[in-house]
Design a protein around this ligand. Structure first.
Ligand code: NAP
Length: 326
């Protein structure tokens, strides 16, 4: 009897070990097909971001050879908001690290709408500028809608102007909005097949939720878009194969809100989670042993947003130079 028990225990042990090695092998291939939670595939946005940035360098060099200058991103920031200035500086540093040119136009808080519009029109017309980004939020007296109407779609690095979004939703994107496009890059990098999945996007902002739903639809997922008025959110997310959470609510969803084996993408970014730690909209620690794959915060979606901005800048520059189909 003892021997039988030992045999069955041994068989179990062998099974567990085999599954572990198989999962390790699958993970090392970046496929992440198994659902055993302890082996959840952590989608490393920083690593994906590094590899995308690396891949941009030869394109930038090719552009330089062709045009005698590097692709050029111009960032406009208005007022003294400290966080905005940090974001703008980080974008400039990111450009310079891969050999792109970047100029910051810092306007004083007292700037009028007319002055901002005039600057943007000048940048639209400036042949040495390939891409324009206006750092939001603007001071309260300025209209972001006016900015989104003014920046030319051919130079819109964020892909968020009204014209750019028109092209995007018509299926003819000039560039795609950075954060959702970054999510798609992560999913593609890890070979996570999307076609046919039931996907849920939580959040319907113009920056993240809506374009995310559109990109997933274009990738042949069947998409449900949820928001703050959605009834029984958990029932809906629990039925999904892929959930992208962009609600802007710290630690809103946890293990019980996802089905076992789901792919969970957390776009949320909060400086004040439990214990003041940076956190997302998802309780990542609960997903181990449950989700098939998930993005952590920090180190998930975040790093891909600036990287997609760099990609967009490069693409816009190439299109303007006739080096890419427009
Ligand atoms: P937002 O404009 O505030 O939109 C939030 C969306 O979530 C809204 O559509 C809202 O619904 C919905 N929502 C709020 N509470 C909800 C709830 N309890 N259940 C279901 N839906 C809910 O935010 P956002 O600009 O899209 O950003 C979302 C999050 O992503 C934020 O944490 C932001 O910091 C982060 N973010 C990160 C990056 C990055 O690079 N990692 C980039 C952009 C944004 P209603 O429409 O009904 O109000």
């Amino acid at each position: 009897m003892k021997q039988v028990q030992n045999d069955s225990q041994s068989i179990c042990l062998i099974e567990v070990k085999c599954t572990k090695y198989l999962n390790f092998f699958v993970k090392s291939l970046g496929i992440g097909a198994l659902t055993e939670g302890e082996l959840m595939l952590v989608l490393d946005g920083k690593a994906v971001s590094d590899s995308v940035r690396e891949s941009l360098i030869p394109r930038i060099q090719g552009f330089f050879t062709n045009r005698g200058r590097a692709p050029h991103l111009t960032v406009v920031v208005v007022g003294d908001d400290k966080a905005s200035h940090v974001y703008v500086r980080n974008k400039k540093i990111a450009c310079e690290k891969i050999g792109m040119e970047s100029t910051i136009h810092a306007l004083p808080l007292t700037s009028t709408q007319k002055q901002l519009t005039q600057l943007l029109e000048k940048l639209n017309a400036d042949d040495s500028v390939d891409a324009i980004l206006v750092q939001f939020p603007l001071p309260a007296h300025l209209s972001s809608d006016e900015v989104l109407k003014t920046v030319s779609p051919e130079k819109d690095a964020d892909g968020l102007t009204f014209s750019s979004l028109g092209y995007f939703y018509a299926g003819k994107p000039i560039v795609s909005p950075c954060t959702p496009a970054g999510v798609m890059t992560i999913l593609k990098h890890y070979d996570l097949a999307i076609a046919g999945l039931n996907a849920v996007v939580v959040g319907r902002s113009n920056i993240v939720g809506k374009p995310m739903a559109n990109l997933l639809t274009d990738a042949n997922a069947t998409v449900t878009l949820c928001h703050s008025r959605t009834k029984n959110l958990s029932d809906i997310t629990r039925a999904a194969d892929l959930v992208v959470v962009a609600a802007g609510k710290p630690l809103l969803l946890g293990r019980e809100d996802f089905k076992q084996g789901a792919i969970v993408i957390d776009v949320g970014m909060h400086g004040s989670g439990l214990g003041g730690k940076l956190c997302g909209d998802v309780r990542f620690d609960e997903l181990e042993g449950w989700a098939k794959a998930a993005t952590p915060v920090p180190g998930g979606v975040g790093p891909m947003t600036i990287t997609t901005l760099l990609q967009n800048t490069c693409l816009l520059a190439e299109k303007r130079a006739g080096l890419q189909p427009s």
